[in-house]
Design a protein around this ligand. Structure first.
Ligand SMILES: [Zn+2]
Ligand SMILES: [Zn+2]
Length: 378
């Protein structure tokens, strides 16, 4: 079965939009043709009220209960009669053919024939009369269709009522003044208008009720969705905080381990360098050993000294806990100075490969850091 035509929210909407294929598909799916919508109306009421001939025909194929009345007592036949035009006549004929009650009365005691008079539906009235509609039924104000026709100045229908069946002729029908006075006509129209307004108000009230239910459902649904999202967000935030802390710990760990490894590499490289040196240079190297960290002061490490000439390497000089010279115990604060001669000696002893290519920019930078005018006199 082709479901592509199903685009309305329910059967009523499909009828309101006159989507015949969809109506047919829905009913083939076993959807109940007599489903009751707002104001007790069915799909058939709606199709008849809109003069949708084809939709009415489709609905009739699924054997709806044509006697069902809405909350104001209107049957589908009443609905069809309250409209005019050729479509209305065709629908009335179809409804009568499947046994619609030709004389059912609505909340105001009006029959389909009364409705034809009100809407001046001449063709409808003819079909009703041919189908045997009673002419003597009084509405709640005691008015029979013919009298109503006179009162509302529906000459054609009035004649039709007399012509189709002679029983209600001149004898039974007391001719009311054919032309209405202006005030009578105004009164009748005002009454009809009030009825229509009441209908519309009731319908709108039902719609409001539906919307209120929908609003409550929507609120509940979104409140649940928000609650779920909030919980997930809280879990995610906790996880973010945990991961940030973990990352910070890794960073500290990485720094610590890398510095340690770099120092070890440097120490081993120095060892290799010393092993390759001539014997006389090895003595110089022993003089360049920092008494604090026991590392050899080799370029680009700076060499510092206490007023007594005891050396300290540039790294140890930066350590805040080192307050006195480890050899002569002299207070170091403000007393340290660079040992340029030893730095020069270290440079010559280690003869960095860079030295060969003094013109290269990188080497210049290296030289700057060691020979530059960055003496810190504390
Ligand atoms: Zn040191
Ligand atoms: Zn000293």
């Amino acid at each position: 079965m082709d479901l592509s035509c199903v685009q309305s929210k329910n059967l009523l909407e499909a009828v309101q939009k006159n989507r015949v294929a969809e109506v047919q598909t829905r009913l083939r799916w076993q959807e109940d043709v007599d489903t009751i919508f707002t104001m007790g109306r069915t799909a058939l009421h709606c199709a008849a009220a809109n003069s949708f001939v084809e939709t009415v025909a489709t609905l009739l194929m699924f054997s709806p209960n044509v006697q069902l009345c809405d909350s104001n007592g209107y049957s589908a036949l009443h609905m069809a009669c309250s409209r005019s035009g050729p479509a209305s006549g065709l629908i009335i004929e179809k409804l009568l053919a499947v046994g619609a009650d030709v004389d059912s009365a609505n909340k105001w005691g009006r029959t389909p024939l009364h409705e034809c008079v009100v809407s001046n539906n001449v063709e409808g009235a003819r079909r009703l009369l041919e189908a045997g509609a009673s002419k003597g039924i009084e509405d709640s104000e005691g008015v029979i269709p013919q009298a109503l026709a006179v009162r509302m100045n529906r000459a054609e229908i009035q004649q039709l009522i007399c012509w189709v069946d002679g029983k209600v002729g001149a004898s039974e029908f007391k001719p009311i003044q054919k032309t209405l006075t202006a005030s009578e006509e105004r009164e009748a129209l005002t009454k009809r208008l009030a009825e229509l307004k009441e209908d519309q108000i009731q319908e709108l009230e039902m719609v409001i009720l539906d919307k209120k239910v929908e609003l409550e459902k929507t609120k509940k649904r979104f409140s649940k969705l928000k609650e779920d999202s909030g919980k997930r967000l809280e879990v995610a935030r906790t996880e973010v905080i945990r991961l940030e802390r973990e990352k910070a710990v890794f960073e500290v760990d990485e720094r610590f381990k890398c510095v340690k490894l770099e120092k070890e590499i440097d120490r081993l490289a120095t060892d290799i360098c010393v092993k390759k040196m001539p014997e006389k240079n090895k003595y110089v190297v022993s003089c360049l050993k920092c008494p604090v960290c026991l590392d050899v002061c080799k370029p680009p490490l700076q060499v510092w000294q206490c007023p007594e000439g005891h050396i300290i390497c540039g790294s140890c000089k930066a350590r805040p806990e080192l307050k006195t010279c480890p050899q002569c115990r002299m207070v170091l604060s403000g007393a340290l100075s660079r040992s340029r001669v030893l730095e020069e000696l270290a440079r010559k002893t280690f003869q960095p490969e860079d030295e060969v290519n003094l013109n290269s920019g990188a080497v210049e930078v290296n030289r700057e850091s060691w020979y530059g005018d960055d003496i810190d006199w504390d």
